[in-house]
Design a protein around this ligand. Sequence first.
Ligand code: G6Q
Length: 379
Amino acid sequence: HITDVINIGIGGSDLGPQMAVLALAEFATSGQRIHFVSNVDGQELAGVLAHCRPESTLFLIASKTFTTTETMTNAHSAKAWFEAQGGHDIGQHFAALTTNVAAANAFGIQTTFGFWDWVGGRYSLWSAIGLPLAIAIGSTGFRELLAGAHAMDEHFRTAPLAQNLPVRLGLLDVWYRNFHGFDSRSIAPYSSPLRRLPAYLQQLEMESNGKRVDAEGNTLPFDTAPVLWGEPGTNGQHAYFQMLHQGTRVVPVEFIAVKQAANSLPGHHTKLLANALAQAQALMNGKDDRGGHRHFPGNRPSTFLLLDELTPASLGALIALQEHRVFVSGSLWGINSFDQWGVELGKVLAKDLEARLATGDVTGLDGSSAGLLQKIYKK
Ligand code: G6Q
């Protein structure tokens, strides 16, 4: 009997399913605890393993390439833990979500869930990478998520441009970025279950459109993806919203609220929604204090997305909306939203430095990296 499912993956093989499992906790059907381990910092895996037993744990090794260092390191440690704790039958307790079946087999995993190697990690929630979510909410729930996304796909494909949500959002993004020079966007989900949405959207937009050249490699003469950041509301209000209201730079805010409460605690949801409305109102209208320090200039733009309810279908539609919007702005900027050479460079450099940390060799390194390496290197 499996009580714990541990998804080991990073980036696109972590952020989507993790965000969605949290968002749809109300729809959990399986009763299993779903854990996400991404960081190569052993604290993360060790912390989860401390509460698990090998006979009741299922490991999902989520890696498109099955070569990512963080994931492979965690996967090997998980396997070593499993064996050291007297676990039997790796075949029953480890599965891989990957396009590299041969590498998974070589690792000792026979059960593999495949997808296509042309699917970028950050767009892979809909594929086998969504398995932890499918385990959590069941296949019916997962199909509802897909159906909600499909409805948004069809809307994007067929709706007239003036009513087309991804088109309108993408145009707005370009308008803010290039015509107003706004260099960031704050994501404010007024919904605790959507608390990992900012992290998910950060990757979706900044990895897709954080590019300085067009698809042919020509340097772009204008700015592209803004910085995305944010925390759930109302928490953000008690932290950085001060700057949004009275700071020197304008940051468009994207409010995401849910009309229907998923809990029955009296008063909470009305307060939550009232705060979301109040913030949008204050950003827009400001408050006149004749230029004194209590003056709020107002005229600060925000977008308000309202879901009737947070369900698998509405979450699917919300995520598909964001994917298509990134495609729209990326297309207008003429960039390839589907590569990620910055991520690849990090992977290569870390391998070189890992080898140097074992030997202390700094030959050919820049002074800054050499200095740091010498501080860390232990003889
Ligand atoms: C996603 C990125 C990146 C990727 C991870 C994990 O679009 O390319 O976040 O998902 O680096 O890669 P693997 O799934 O291959 O381990």
